[in-house]
Design a protein around this ligand. Structure first.
Ligand code: NDP
Length: 327
């Protein structure tokens, strides 16, 4: 079968499609025919070695498809079932082995490509808005990169919870998408002079108060503005580093910013038990079925063009969810 294998950490060019042996499912595992795999920013950190992995490795944490075979002791799923996952390596391939504990049944009526791109960003947006800072009706929140995969998911979930969204984006097209997803205010942060101007704009839009939470997956270039945009005792949920990692922070800055909270959460800690995983995945699929969450598929690439997908993602040229299609 074909798979995108990384043999050494590096730029997008290290993503090479190869013919590899078909995997076999072990005890408690499923062999899945991948219909589509989701591309996520974390894949680029794993590719470069910012998050090192034992090599060689097939990247891709997210996907969906049909069960082709089940390993010993599997009773939860059967051959032919449609399953999705958002936290299992090896998805950039025609077939993937998925542990039962990470697999979720795709409900009837949810398109398989939508399911393939729903769980990693969807469950992350879920924990950020339900657990890290539970959004309350009337809250105004700041979402950076609001037209990205995470940004569109966050924006829709905050709106469904009754919040008001201030989104940041870099282009007119991204502004349009963020507004379509429900963003009430959109700031073109790349047109501002710097972080102070961005924070001033957020304060202007919140009658000087600032926001109770900033969802910041951009990192290096937005961190200072995020901190300065918080209201007293607000929460800075720094969940990514699309523009690069944030340098070390002096805790006194949290004092000066108004006794604010800084957290750097990750999905794995929010789906560590089967109960939590099925709660979040169930909510995500229910929201899709009911229409309050739309997975905007920005681009579909053939599996062999994983390199281009990474170049586009890191080049800031994409919106919403990117998928790799094996066929
Ligand atoms: P996106 O689709 O959001 O793509 C990244 C976006 O970030 C770009 O489109 C761009 O939007 C913005 N951006 C700002 N500065 C830069 C820059 N210098 N280079 C590249 N992009 C930049 O990606 P994802 O939705 O996959 O991920 C978003 C973030 O969320 C990532 O940091 C990722 O690691 C994180 N994440 C964290 C998880 C967790 O549990 N901690 C789980 C899932 C994702 P614009 O052009 O509008 O500025």
């Amino acid at each position: 079968m074909r798979a995108v294998v990384v043999r050494s950490h590096g730029g997008p060019e290290v993503l090479q499609q190869e013919d590899v042996d078909e995997p076999t499912p072990g005890a408690g595992e499923l062999l899945v025919e991948v219909a589509a795999s989701g591309v996520n920013y974390i894949d680029t950190y794993q590719r470069t070695g910012a998050y090192p992995l034992p090599l060689p490795v097939t990247l891709g944490l997210e996907g969906a498809g049909r069960v082709l075979a089940v390993g010993e002791g599997v009773t939860e799923f059967a051959v032919g079932d449609r399953v999705a996952w958002g936290n299992t390596l090896g998805s950039y391939a025609e077939r993937a082995v998925v542990p039962v504990r990470d697999a979720v049944a795709v409900p009837d009526g949810v398109d398989i490509e939508v399911a393939a791109g729903a769980l990693l960003q969807g469950m992350t947006a879920h924990y950020l808005t339900h657990s890290t800072y539970p959004v309350r009706e009337g809250d105004t929140v700041l979402v950076h990169a609001a037209a990205g995969g995470m940004g569109l998911a966050l924006t829709q979930m905050v709106k469904a919870l009754g919040g008001r969204v201030i989104g940041t984006v870099s282009t007119e097209e991204k502004e349009r998408l963020a507004r379509e997803a429900g963003a009430d205010e959109v700031i073109r942060y790349t047109e501002l002079g710097g972080g102070e101007e961005l924070a001033a704009e957020v304060r202007r839009l919140t009658d000087g108060e600032g926001v109770p939470v900033v969802y910041d997956g951009v990192g290096a270039t937005t961190f200072d503005a995020s901190l300065a945009s918080l209201r007293r005792r607000g929460v800075l949920a720094l969940f990514g580093a699309a523009s690069g990692p944030v340098p070390p922070v002096d805790p006194q800055r949290l004092n000066r910013a108004g006794s604010v909270f800084l957290t750097r959460p990750t999905l794995a800690d929010h789906v560590a038990t089967r109960e939590e995983l099925t709660w979040r995945a169930g909510d995500v699929f229910r929201a899709i079925a009911e229409g309050s969450l739309t997975i905007h598929i920005g681009h579909r690439y053939p599996l062999g063009e994983a390199r281009t997908a990474h170049e586009d993602l890191q080049g800031r040229r994409t919106t919403g969810k990117l998928l790799l299609l094996p066929r």
